[in-house]
Unconditional design. Sequence first.
Length: 266
Amino acid sequence: MTERRLSAAPATPVAAGSPALLLIAHGSRDPRHAAAVAALVSLLHRLRPGLDVATAYLDHCAPRIPQVTARLDRAAIAVPLLLNRAFHAKHDIPAALRAAGADLPLADVLGPSPLLLAALDRRLAEAAPELSSPAARDRTGVVLAAAGSSDPAADAATRAVAAEWRRTRGWAAVEVAYASAGGPRVPDAVAALRRAPAVERVAVSPYLLAPGLLPDRIAEAAGAAADHLADVLAPTPELARLLLTRYDEAHAATRTATGTPRALTA
């Protein structure tokens, strides 16, 4: 499905002199995490042929931000592979860039965006094709299973995504659950949906970007309690398009402010 729908999307060749895209991911000891990020980079290259894309990680994986910025010899825009503006976006990434001596524009996080809702739709449709039907969605409750955060604004953003997903896609109900931090866990959210009169089946949809400990925890918690379990969001074409959107927004803002993108100082 990913291959077929991506081929229908027009590729946009990179403009001459465009800055590189420095994709900053969190990282994980699980090798599937880096593999998913690499597959996402491949989608970026297919959607924007000729774009210079470099990848750096905050933790666990190599290369780290200083290693990558030290060898970039052209202007670049950092794009965080993060869903919400929580601690990593507000503090860790800016601090790591400063420590590396890299003075470059930093794009916004991915959420909220209709493209994220489209990616969630895709993953659920892959797990259960019948959920593409409005009639089926009207009888289905979904658990949006996020990582969780100690930042109240980040959790509020996740709940806003859940509300918008229900409103625009016609789910019978959408409950938020967390794999870490506070808040309801997946079994609690599944049980709450089972008690809702309008819900005949329950699906669990990870609001997470790549495989690793937390997605595995969500899958284990969903177990036999849920009728369907979707995959994580990367790699999907919608996520790749969203990264390019954030890159383009940051590029446009930088050109407006300075007339030219800032170069790395490392």
